[in-house]
Design a protein around this ligand. Structure first.
Ligand code: HEC
Ligand code: HEC
Ligand code: HEC
Ligand code: HEC
Ligand code: HEC
Ligand code: HEC
Length: 497
């Protein structure tokens, strides 16, 4: 008995199983480790095995060893087994004990070092863009695709979704584990709901890189539009200055919203935060102003505390990294950049039409887009088609690219599913509050004045625009329609018409 290294309790089937499991997984881990070291670049599936899936099995194996001993000890106490325990005797003068001791110490040290490296690697790996963006394949494809061509393509997913600090790290890993499980069970919502409730306040994420007090002055936007009604896709240009912040003195401009002077709180009546019926502005002195719509349910009863959200960066910049664009701006830009040939008759209207149709899979969409456009030009514009076959084919392929980069039928991801709140043309955006219909009891409304947020400094048909540095009254492109004065832009503009 004295020759045995461990207490008698450890000699039982459960402990044997645990030890076997631990050893097998340990050997596999060593091999995977080696492969990882030798291979260039990260392989997300290999890493998923090495750092996320196998370690718990190893730990489970190790856990079985004392568990087996515990049961055996209990069985002996209850007299269920006759094996009497022997006392542990370690005799370093005994060569077999000495060897076992050395093996044990060296083994434990290696295991500890590998665990340390492993956890560090696991940490880095689960923080990496590759893990977040590609491990779950199709699910994150829309977010990942949009992210890769966004201004934040070099910012890690976790910098916005988690931020720094141990508490949030644990919080995110717990919800992350739940998400991985749901992925395996194929039990997740399509489209994925926006995470705004779980997202950290922008102060701890965006503002780690962007300084909210930074003065941008005015930012110039230049837009070109092409008519969807004219055969020649006539062009209309608009140039405007966005008053982001900074009129010489004071806290004026769009960013004044989240700057120190006003804190704005709101209550949304829907999950996508598109219907806002109660808004509160608190100035530096602590004076509150409350704006509501006529039909707001909060006119009588004050909304409960947990429904109220403090406005931050994300309430305007809702798509800083996953911007799914609508067909109208997509096609306008592609024509302006010369990717789609503007000489092709009605190409603006036709491209928007095929992009806006609902499809069930990307494959079906791509084949439909090609065949529909081709059929139109072959049948309805046959004279033009015969002499411009190549231009037409090239432009059709560009439309396919626009589709693949912005619309993801399998995940039900489109521009109308995830509205961008930065403007007001295709979705309500700023006009969720700035529609002239949110007012105080004394009748003061949140402004809808076209000159408050931007100044139009140039507009009109290409080659014949009007210009003024002081700002021009808006002229509705192409048709001079005046209904925008009474209606919201998004009443007519869905991004697709
Ligand atoms: C610049 C910050 C930023 C980065 C970087 C970023 N995200 Fe996001 N992400 C957001 C914001 C903000 C939202 C939600 C906005 C909202 O609530 O409307 C969001 C939403 C999401 C959603 C919910 C679905 C959706 O489209 O709204 C998923 C999934 C997602 N992100 C995954 C990722 C992945 C994967 C990466 C890295 C490849 C990543 N994000 C990188 C800011 C970021
Ligand atoms: C890790 C740093 C980092 C974080 C976190 C971050 N950003 Fe950025 N952001 C950048 C950098 C760098 C750029 C500039 C990219 C360029 O100019 O090419 C940028 C650009 C932008 C722009 C200008 C986009 C454009 O069209 O040029 C906006 C708006 C913006 N960020 C908003 C946000 C918001 C909102 C968040 C939080 C959800 C956020 N950022 C989080 C680093 C960050
Ligand atoms: C009230 C809405 C609103 C809020 C809140 C807001 N922004 Fe902006 N921001 C804008 C608008 C509008 C622009 C002008 C550019 C545009 O229209 O795309 C802008 C411009 C920017 C730019 C410069 C973009 C460029 O093209 O160079 C950055 C960076 C930026 N915002 C970051 C932030 C950050 C960080 C926060 C939170 C601290 C924030 N914004 C909060 C509306 C807002
Ligand atoms: C949740 C409601 C809400 C949303 C959404 C919103 N705002 Fe505001 N905004 C307000 C309120 C309330 C005020 C007035 C603050 C006060 O009471 O002084 C205001 C004031 C402003 C002002 C100053 C107006 C002035 O007369 O000086 C600007 C500029 C502005 N907002 C720009 C924007 C832009 C741009 C967007 C969209 C990207 C936007 N806001 C979205 C609620 C909102
Ligand atoms: C509360 C601020 C605000 C008010 C009020 C406002 N706008 Fe805008 N407007 C914006 C922002 C923000 C954008 C988007 C800039 C961008 O796309 O980055 C925008 C974009 C536009 C565009 C370009 C549309 C596009 O998507 O290409 C036009 C045209 C325009 N506004 C006209 C108007 C007119 C006309 C009015 C008055 C009825 C008005 N705006 C009132 C904030 C405002
Ligand atoms: C009564 C419906 C209606 C309203 C309201 C309306 N529009 Fe339009 N808008 C149209 C139609 C129809 C066209 C298409 C004209 C064409 O393609 O020849 C158009 C075209 C445009 C275009 C050119 C876009 C393109 O790619 O063809 C812009 C920009 C535009 N509108 C801006 C606005 C803005 C900004 C508002 C709100 C201030 C607004 N519109 C309100 C009906 C409307």
């Amino acid at each position: 008995m004295a020759r045995k290294l461990f207490s008698e309790y450890f000699y039982n089937n459960i402990s044997y199983l645990g030890a076997a499991l631990a050893i097998v997984v340990f050997v596999i881990e060593c091999i995977l480790f080696g492969m990882e070291f030798l291979s260039a670049g990260a392989n997300s599936y290999l890493s998923l095995f090495t750092y996320v899936m196998l370690p718990p099995i190893l730990i489970f194996g190790l856990f079985l060893i004392p568990l087996g001993a515990f049961y055996k000890k209990r069985d002996i106490r209850l007299g269920r087994t006759s094996d009497a325990p022997a006392t542990l005797v370690i005799d370093l003068n005994n060569p077999s004990h000495r060897n076992a001791g050395i093996v044990f110490i060296v083994g434990t040290t290696i295991l500890l070092v590998m665990t340390a490296i492993g956890s560090y690697k696991a940490f880095n790996y689960t923080e990496s863009v590759v893990f977040c963006g590609t491990t779950c394949h199709g699910i994150m494809k829309p977010e990942y695709t949009a992210y890769m061509k966004s201004p934040h393509a070099r910012v890690k997913c976790v910098d916005c979704h988690i931020g720094s600090g141990a508490g949030w790290y644990v919080h995110s890993k717990l919800s992350g584990a739940r998400q991985v499980l749901k992925t395996f069970l194929n039990d997740y919502a399509r489209p994925i709901p926006v995470p705004v409730q779980d997202l950290r306040p922008a102060k701890d994420t965006c503002e780690e890189c962007h300084w909210p007090g930074k003065s941008f002055g005015a930012i110039e936007l230049e837009r070109s539009y092409f008519s969807g009604e004219a055969k020649e896709n006539s062009r209309w240009n608009v140039r405007m200055l966005m008053h982001v912040s900074g009129k010489e003195q004071g806290n004026y401009g769009i960013h004044a919203h989240m700057n120190n002077d006003n804190a704005i709180y709101y209550v949304a009546d829907d999950e996508k935060r598109q219907k806002i019926s109660w808004v509160k502005s608190v100035n530096k002195k602590g004076e509150e102003t409350i704006y509501t719509t006529k039909d707001s349910e909060h006119n009588k009863n004050v909304p409960s505390e947990e429904k109220i959200r403090k406005m931050d960066c994300i309430d305007c910049h809702s798509r800083p990294s996953h911007h799914y664009e609508a067909p109208m701006p997509l096609v306008n830009r592609a024509i302006a950049e010369g990717k789609i040939n503007s000489d092709i008759p009605f190409i603006k209207a036709k491209a928007v039409e095929v992009l806006a149709k609902k499809y069930t899979t990307e494959e079906q969409a791509v084949s439909d887009i090609r065949s529909k456009l081709l059929a139109y030009y072959k049948d309805k514009q046959s004279a033009y088609y015969v002499s411009h076959e190549k231009e037409i084919h090239d432009s059709i392929e560009q439309v396919v690219v626009l589709f693949k980069n912005n619309i993801f039928p399998e995940m039900k991801v489109r521009w109308d599913e995830y509205p961008d709140n930065i403007g007001h043309m295709i979705s309500l955006g700023c006009f969720r509050c700035h529609d002239g219909e949110h007012s105080t009891t004394s009748g003061k409304a949140i402004t809808r004045d076209c000159g408050v947020c931007h100044a139009i400094i140039e507009q009109g048909p290409a080659g014949n625009t009007e210009k003024s540095v002081d700002g021009l009254p808006f002229q509705h492109p192409f048709n001079g329609d005046e209904s925008w004065k009474e209606m919201k832009c998004s009443d007519c503009h869905s991004g697709a018409y």
